[in-house]
Design a protein around this ligand. Sequence first.
Ligand code: CLF
Ligand code: SF4
Length: 478
Amino acid sequence: MPALDITLTKTKTQIQRSGGGCGCTSKTDTAPALSPAMQARIDKHPCYSEEAHHHYARMHVAVAPACNIQCNFCNRKYDCANESRPGVVSELLTPEEAAHKVLVVAGKIPQMTVLGIAGPGDPLANPEKTFRTFELIADKAPDIKLCLSTNGLMLPDYVERIKQLNVDHVTITINMVDPAIGEKIYPWVHYRRKRYRGIDGVRILHERQMEGLEALRAADILCKVNSVLIPGINDEHLPEVNQAIRDRGAFLHNIMPLISAPEHGTYFGLNGQRGPTPKELKTVQDNCSGNMKLMRHCRQCRADAVGLLGEDRSQEFTKAKFMEMSADYSLETRQAVHISIEQAKAAIAAKKQASVARRQAPKPDAPKVLVAVATKGGGLVNQHFGHAKEFMIYEVDATEAKFIGHRKVADYCQGGYGEEATLAGIIGTIADCKAVLAAKVGPCPHQALEKAGLAVIEAYDVIETVARHFYDEYVLSA
Ligand code: CLF
Ligand code: SF4
């Protein structure tokens, strides 16, 4: 793969000020700087490194069907909602089928660097299948990082085995550190052949999660904590969770929105429990930022997800398809691809640096603004507006352009035609932004976006460079 040619081809600035910035008052994610050794551990993990997620992919294999707890946001027909979008069903695989699938995908998508087991139930409620899968992959594809996501109930029993297998990344979903709050989330827990209902079960879960977290720290395994934000139940409690996990050495906190559509048949979905708005999510994330790294780029993947975060290539690798494909894993080819990705990353970093160096001194009252970016990955503005299924949202101010999340949308251009209602929905989703940055925007959406007060920036370049360019003109035009 050649190094990326990063060229600003066209930047059209039709900046309309529509009253101040977004009024954001977010704290910066000021986690302590990482040592080079720690940086190397996350450099190619798309979930643990925001930068890596532009370039490197992950895949999951669905080998773990059983679960040992009940979450009120989960329906057992579907994948584990702690690490997946509810309402998604994955095809179950044996460890041998899973290992074959990994080798196939590793050959076809050499930028896939991480294999995660995240369901469809809890991986540690299915320890033999989970660990057998890891063993097979470690043996045949030693450059692939192994990753595990669990509700934490059985984690203390398996940390030693996890360490032996060289699994360096473990996620625990922790939604509370107060069992009284947990009672509203977990109706029962099945532990050592006994079912515990209500607060008795939640206490066991809480103690085991804390114990597991400390055991991971003692074993020097990187731990990410996922927390599902449930408005009215744990929204005000999550800063306490954040403090507790930080005290026990968690590396990263991922606060994800509850998804509770009634058609998914979950307890919350059927009882009218709503999920948070993007603004509510950001507020809680901001309240928890400042002392540890916060993940804001999670896509709540399926238990058989394949590809870059934000793209879903799982349908290219269904069981019927991958069992017919040959496993053409090649360590040499993969290493060559990774070298060219690292070269592209270095070129992007140099461009970002140059755009910062060229900037004029910011005005003291310069606002923060949000911009919506259409990207296919690579850290670039490089996608047509009409093809975007999500927009990455960056918050830009006088000092930085910071990724703060993504918003899913229906793609506007289906079969070459754009639907007016779809366009209105997209504009509604990004209405709090001041600009759309895309490789190309058709005349019709262009007009509609400007009418809604969004500047349209057409460019093909590093995201931060385009965002900064827009911002400088936006502020200057004030
Ligand atoms: Fe998978 Fe999870 Fe490992 Fe990543 S996902 S097991 S840490 S390789 Fe990532 Fe997907 Fe979010 Fe999970 S975007 S749902 S955080
Ligand atoms: Fe469902 Fe996952 Fe909770 Fe188990 S841990 S009940 S699979 S969401």
